[in-house]
Ligand binder design. Structure first.
Ligand code: 6PG
Length: 244
């Protein structure tokens, strides 16, 4: 099958992570030249961790004006910030603990405590940052994908994927039983740039179905990610490309 122009295939996960880190720097520089700030919603899970680690290395660290970067999260597990399942904990260990980022620039989704209150609090925080907008306009949203087609914490068949007015909702990862917070589809789809990062043979079939563009359904939440007025690109590794 012909590879769509917005799909980039890499032989190794390290090459993918390097390419994603380069994009992060490029987009941060462009955004800061235009608006003096760069807002990014980070993906959780294992795939993006190496990207965050690379951004903290000498090869990338000095190329970003960190004081102008605002970090948000696409989703979070409802656990404390020092919990091994916490996306915040993963990014803190990989990046936040290694570069000078003003504390007020890290917009953590609160995982501990009342999940509904935390979802509302994050939505209020987003509405303050993106004041005057009907939807958040992240300069970049990084997303991963599960083999079941979930992205962020938008799981197949969940009510969260039907949400059309809230920016942040609670949901549940039925596999782990963990409550989660997640950006909603419209909150993601109004981003200026969306970049999926996917590696691993277990995702090949899902990616192949997704990138063939035939199935747009709640069964495959990642198929519902379509920028309203922005760009979308896929960074995948050859082991995740199936018949692409
Ligand atoms: C999370 C993520 C989730 C993740 C996918 C892929 O909090 O887990 O937001 O959507 O991106 O599950 O995870 P891996 O990168 O670990 O395969």
């Amino acid at each position: 099958m012909k590879i769509p122009p917005n799909v980039f295939v890499f032989d190794t996960s390290e090459q993918l992570a390097l390419a994603a880190a380069e994009r992060f720097v490029q987009y941060a520089v462009e955004s800061q030249e235009m608006m003096d700030r760069f807002s990014v919603a980070l993906a959780g899970g294992k795939t993006p961790k190496r990207v965050y680690e690379l951004l903290a290395t000498a090869q990338f660290k000095s190329r970003v004006k960190w004081s102008g970067v605002h970090f948000f999260f696409g989703d979070e597990r409802c656990v404390p910030p020092n919990h091994p399942e916490s996306n915040y904990a993963m990014v803190y260990e990989a990046l936040f603990s290694k570069v000078e980022i003003p504390a007020q620039n890290v917009h953590r989704m609160i995982g501990e405590g009342d999940t509904s209150d935390n979802a509302l609090a994050y939505e209020i925080q987003l509405k303050a940052f993106f004041a005057g907008r009907d939807w958040p306009r992240f300069d970049l949203v990084l997303l991963g994908i599960g083999k079941d087609g979930h992205t962020a914490s938008l799981f197949p068949g969940s009510d969260a994927i039907k949400e059309t007015s809230r920016w942040v909702v609670t949901t549940e990862d039925k596999q782990s039983g963990h409550q989660r917070l997640t950006l909603t589809l419209p909150a993601i789809n109004h981003a200026a740039r969306i970049a999926f990062l996917a590696t691993g043979t277990e995702k090949a079939a899902t990616l192949s179905e997704l990138l063939a563009g035939q199935s747009v359904s709640h069964r495959l939440p990642a198929s519902l990610i379509h920028p309203v007025d922005g760009t979308i690109e896929w960074l995948i590794t050859t082991d995740a490309r199936s018949d692409l």
